[in-house]
Design a protein around this ligand. Sequence first.
Ligand code: SF4
Length: 362
Amino acid sequence: MKTSSLYVHIPFCSRKCLFCSFVIAVGQEHRREEYVNALVHEMRKNKGQALKTIYFGGGTPSMLDEDHLNVLMDAIKNNFSLQSDIEITIEANPESINLSKARFLKAQGFNRVSLGVQSMNDRYLKFLGRNHDARMVKEAYRILRESGFTNINLDLMYAFPGETKEELEEDARAIAGMASEHLSLYTLTIEPNSRFHATQMKLDDDEKLAGHYLLIARILNEYDFKQYEVSNFSRASSFESAHNKNYWLGAPYIGLGVGAHGFDGQRRYWNTSNLQEYMQKAGKGEQVIEGFEDLTDTQLSMEKVLFGLRMNEGVPWDLVPSAKAGLVQTWIKDGFLSLEKGNLKTTDQGRLVLDELSSRLI
Ligand code: SF4
C-alpha cells in the first residue's frame, strides 16, 4: 500500500489579514457544509492509501464546526489507513479556540495544533489586520494545554517595517516563554495579491533583517529550542513537524481542497483555486485538478538539494547536479556551505543568504 501525507485546505476566514496571499474565502461561512461535502467526494478519488501525517491548513480550519470536522474525520478514516503513530495537525487562530472546541479536536484524534500567533505585540497585530490580541493568544494556549494538547506550534512573524531590536526581542521572548514544543518563524513579505501590496509599503533592508534573524535564533536557543530548518525550531526531535519534513524530503502527499497542491513522487498537481468551480466539480465527482507538472529526475534531485540545504541535516553531495558542482564548491570555500562526510550543509553564515544561493542553483 502506498504511503502518503494528506493536506486538507479549508479556505474560510472571518476577514483577510493585510499580508495574506493564500487561497481563502471571506464571508462564505454559509458554504462550509457544501465545501465539506465536496472534500469528501475528492477524498474518495484518492482512497486506499496509508497516511503518516494529516494537516488541516487554510484559511482557518478551526472555523469549521464540530459537525463538519466529524464528517471529514470519518471520511478520512473510511478512505485511508492511518498509521498508528500518525501526526494530525490543525491550524487554528486564537479567536477560534474555546474549551469545547479544543476538547472536541483532541477527542477527534488531532494531536498537534499550530496556532497563528504572529506577534504578542498588540500594535503589530493590529498592523497585520489580525482578529486577536496577545491576551487572546495566552487564553487559547491555556485552553489547548487544559484540553490535553502536548504538541503545539506557535507562529512568530518579524520584519515589520520600523520594528526595533528591542520590540523584536520582547516579542520573541514573549512567544518563546510560552514554552510550546515547536515554533515557526515567518518573515513579513509583500505578496502581489495581498492588501499590503496596494499600499506600496517598503520593507526594512536585508542587513537589518539578517541581524534580527540572528537575534531570534539566539533567543530561541536560550529557551531550549533547537533549529532543525531555516525557519523551524523544536524542543526535541520528536516535536519536529513530520508533515513539513515530508515535503522537504520530497515524499508524496495528497492535496485536497480548493487551490491545494499534491505530489505523487514524480508529478506535481494543483487544484482549481476558484471556490465555486471547485465545489461544483468536486461535488459531482468530477476532476478538480487544474494543472500538473511531471518532474524530471534532475528536477527531483535539485528539489531535494534545495530543501536539504534548508534543513540542518543537509543533503548528500551525490544529489548535487554535476553542472552545479563547481558553483557549490565555491560556496564551500566562501563559508556558506560545508561538506562533512559526503553531506552538504548550510552554515550559519549561509542561512542568511540561502534564498540567493537557492535562486542561483535553479
Ligand atoms: S493569514 Fe491566515 S487567518 Fe489571515 S486571512 Fe490569511 S489564511 Fe486567513
